[in-house]
Ligand binder design. Structure first.
Ligand SMILES: Nc1ncnc2c1ncn2[C@@H]1O[C@H](COP(=O)(O)OP(=O)(O)OP(=O)(O)O)[C@@H](O)[C@H]1O
Ligand SMILES: [Mg+2]
Length: 435
């Protein structure tokens, strides 16, 4: 299919160019609420082009091309309907002839395509311009947030070798609460209760997971339980968090010009955030030198801070954190780094996208402290995968609760005891927690 389309691409592109040269833009503006009339106008123009012998396409192709040009004029071409489709989470464009979507965690190729690379780049440019940015040879990579909260990433050739690449992560489908996540069976009631209490008691939490595993969604759901009276500062690369509270300051990093001037890094934002009298700091993602400042924030009066981090297990998350800190502070001895981590992070929520598309909380892991120089962890909850799958090939398993282990270790802070007490009162019976 893609090859067939590709064969026609040159001729179709020529006709598209000619249509845009001829079409009366004032008329299009007047007709913008009547797409059928715009379509008829385009059909007439294409017929004239073909009759004049400037280009050739079959009548069938002519119909398809006219509606594709119309879709481009009234919206965003082949991706317009995907952007409006609420079942689609991600739209991934890999050059003009390959458009994938993700629905319910499963990726599939659509039968949609762009007329040509030129159409694709024009549409990408319009999307990028809409958020006040430019994409051109000097700025071939753009990462941005669209007005509806969706995330947009565009890479143009020659960086993108096979044609412009666009990745859209839709957030228009709303903010998911724990209620939704329980409905999707991403976690159970007890785990949600546990996390609500942990958030309310200002535990420091890291949400760890792979790409697209639901880290930001989890962070959003957790943030719903931050008190209204707490001053929260969110720091992100492209703002995706949607906090409901009143007292929120949102900040975004900024990429600099070619010489790096004007660049504002996550680390810069964190250092500044610490001077803004925050009660809590929420980091969209911790991925580098800012790890040290993040732990510092968690450790110094801003408890209840949260971040996401890319890792496949809770233990991996700890090793990543360790290496990020060592990179930022090479002179720190490893024992000090581990001590620092163990005394800052309270819980790691490990989320995962399973091969069948389901998102699961794989574990809620407590950081217990240090023993013989190693960080000791305890999985309070775990998702245990069963061997056999359901008839539809879905992975099955169950959430198990291993209970809390009371300890007087490193950070037996007032908050920790407050949390244990609340847990004891509220949910030991429900979750079968043993303290
Ligand atoms: N529990 C869930 N059940 C079903 N879909 C989910 C769940 N959590 C997230 N999603 C969907 O999965 C997609 C990825 O979610 P999200 O952006 O939270 O992931 P992420 O781990 O932050 O991704 P990235 O690594 O790109 O930052 C989104 O489209 C979101 O709507
Ligand atoms: Mg994310």
């Amino acid at each position: 299919m893609a090859n067939e389309q590709f064969q026609f691409s040159n001729e179709w592109n020529k006709i598209r160019d000619l249509v845009f040269q001829v079409i009366d833009l004032d008329l299009v503006e007047q007709l913008k609420n009547e797409p059928n009339r715009i379509l008829r106008e385009i059909q007439t123009i294409i017929r004239d082009i073909v009759n004049s012998g400037s280009a050739y396409i079959t009548p069938d192709e002519s119909g398809t091309l006219a509606s594709m040009i119309c879709d481009e004029i009234v919206g965003y071409g082949p991706i317009d309907s995907l952007m409006k489709d609420e079942t689609v989470n991600d739209i991934l464009v890999n050059g003009p002839h390959s458009i994938y979507v993700e629905r319910g965690g499963i990726l599939s190729k659509t039968n949609k395509f762009f007329i040509s690379e030129r159409q694709l780049i024009d549409i990408a440019r319009r999307l990028v311009n809409k958020v006040g940015k430019n994409i051109d040879e000097a700025h071939p990579l753009v990462d941005s947030r669209m007005p509806d909260g969706s995330r947009l990433n565009v890479v143009i050739p020659p960086i993108a070798i096979d044609g412009t690449s666009m990745s859209i992560r839709k957030f228009g489908n709303g903010r998911r609460t724990f209620h939704d996540l329980i409905q999707y069976e991403s976690l159970n009631d007890d785990m949600a209760n546990f996390l609500v209490i942990a958030t309310r008691c200002r535990m420091n939490i890291i949400v760890s997971g792979g790409t697209g595993s639901g880290k930001t969604t989890m962070l959003n759901a957790l943030s719903g339980f931050i008190g209204d009276n707490e001053r929260t500062i969110t720091l992100e690369d492209a703002a995706e968090l949607k906090l409901q509270q009143d007292h929120v300051v949102r900040m975004e990093t900024k990429s600099g010009g070619e010489d790096g001037r004007g660049r504002v890094t996550m680390q810069n934002l964190l250092v500044n955030a610490l001077r803004m009298r925050p009660d809590r700091i929420i980091l969209g993602e911790c991925r580098g030198e800012e790890a040290f400042e993040m732990l510092q924030a968690m450790n110094t009066g801003h408890s209840g801070s949260m971040s996401t981090l890319h890792a496949n297990t809770a233990k991996d998350a700890l090793s990543r954190l360790e290496s990020m800190i060592i990179m930022a502070q090479p002179e720190l001895p490893i024992a000090a780094v581990r001590h620092y981590i163990a005394s800052s992070v309270n819980f790691i929520i490990q989320v995962s996208r399973l091969p069948d598309g389901q998102r699961k909380v794989m574990s809620i892991t407590e950081i217990m402290g240090l023993e013989s120089g190693n960080i000791i962890t305890h999985d309070v909850f775990q998702f245990k995968i069963h061997e056999e799958r359901s008839e539809k090939g879905m992975i099955r398993g169950e959430f198990v609760c291993n209970g809390l282990v009371r300890r007087s270790a490193l950070y037996d802070s007032a908050q920790y005891y407050e949390m244990s007490d609340i847990l004891e009162k509220l949910m030991i019976n429900a979750a079968g927690l043993k303290i």
